[in-house]
Design a protein around this ligand. Structure first.
Ligand code: PMP
Length: 364
């Protein structure tokens, strides 16, 4: 019954709930650590939590369908107009709305090999043709992506940093890429992990909007802001693009608790800074350990690292599970030799590394 694109769709693979896994493994749920979904290991910001609790008192009312306060807070933070913002139920929602608005069965959509799984999913769901471009050193080959644009191309997805590889491009590279893309093609710059970037050399997509009217920047509250459960993401674009996206999104796509928490967390700069510090220290801890063990890994700018454990990756993943450590196999991304591990708290990283050493030893 389903339309052609949908029939061919393979579902996004979310992790299993911890309770279910614990039951399967015969472990106590409290003993399990989940480093599989690039979540923030700090737990939520107290400010966000207080705002969410307060919002719960009004559960019988519809949320503000325009997300006025959150948009205002975002507009102030980034120096853009409220009419440039589209809110989504997570940035996945925004990515899907973008695909629905700007591509159809006649269109081609360009993205990189090893890029975020949602790009091919939303492309296929609308019956458009996905054009995956071979990666370069695990990252996007931006020149090849620009060269892959044809008359039919409507959208190009660029993840910077990318998930699951953690690769990142400099501002100069992104700008020179944007210079090559015709204005009739929209570029979606997915900056889900941009808050973890430090250093002048990296782009702030929002600053590029004035120069590139065909640019849409997507961001999320799920990572550095620590609100993955609440599902809040947003796009910032020209007002004309935002107008279209806002016509197509569901009118109440972000709920009141999420709106309140996201608005509040934007006032919690200390939380953001802690997220960054814990992440930078965790990335160091994991990379240094991989070097010591002699495991190749892809240097990451995100809150996770893809580490190459070899052709026994699936067995190592299972063995880690039996130690109560959940990571993410990424064979589905075409990376069967790697596992992706999210950065945890120092003691969680340590437990993962211990379990990894034992699993590698057992695998011989
Ligand atoms: N983009 C990228 C590159 C991601 O890795 C993720 C999360 N896995 C998302 C977007 C979507 O995040 P969310 O829907 O939670 O905002």
């Amino acid at each position: 019954l389903a339309v052609k694109g949908v029939q061919a769709l393979s579902p996004y693979q979310p992790g299993k709930p911890i309770e279910e896994l614990a039951r399967e493994l015969g472990l106590n749920p409290a003993e399990i650590i989940k480093l599989a979904s690039n979540e923030n290991p700090l737990g939520p910001s107290e400010k966000a939590l207080a705002a969410a609790r307060k919002a719960l008192e009004e559960l019988c009312l519809y949320p503000d369908g325009n997300g006025f306060e959150l948009k205002q807070a975002l507009a102030n933070r980034f120096g853009v107009g409220m009419d440039q913002i589209t809110l989504g139920n997570g940035s996945n929602d925004v990515l899907e709305v973008i695909a629905r608005c700007f591509a159809d069965t006649e269109s081609e959509v360009v993205f990189s090999q090893y890029a975020f799984a949602v790009y091919p999913i939303v492309t296929q769901a609308i019956g458009a043709k996905g054009v995956p471009v071979p990666a370069k050193e695990w990252g996007h080959d931006l020149d090849a992506m620009a060269a892959a644009v044809t008359e039919r191309t409507k959208l190009v997805f660029v993840a910077n940093p990318n998930n699951p590889t953690g690769t990142v491009h400099t501002a100069r590279a992104i700008e020179s890429f944007l210079d090559k893309i015709p204005e009739r093609v929209l570029v979606v710059l997915d900056e889900a992990y941009c808050e973890y970037l430090t250093g002048e050399e990296y782009p702030d997509g929002i600053k590029l909007l004035e120069r590139y009217p065909n640019l849409i920047v997507c961001r999320t509250f799920s990572k550095a802001w620590g609100l993955a459960a609440l599902r809040v993401g947003y796009a910032i674009s020209s007002p004309a693009i935002a107008d279209i996206l806002n016509r197509v999104r569901q009118p109440f796509n972000v709920d009141s608790v999420a709106l309140a928490a996201a608005t509040a967390v934007l006032q919690d700069e200390a939380y953001l800074n802690r997220s960054r510090e814990v992440n930078a220290a965790g990335l160091r801890q994991l990379s240094e350990a991989f070097e010591l063990i002699g495991l190749p890994y892809i240097p990451s700018a995100g809150n996770f690292i893809a580490v190459e454990v070899g052709d026994q990756a699936q067995g190592i993943y299972q063995s880690l599970l039996s130690h109560g450590v959940i990571v993410r196999p990424i064979a589905g991304y075409g990376m069967p030799l790697h596992l992706r591990v999210s950065v945890g708290l120092p003691e969680e990283n340590e437990r993962f590394l211990d379990a990894l050493s034992q699993s590698l030893a057992a695998a011989g």
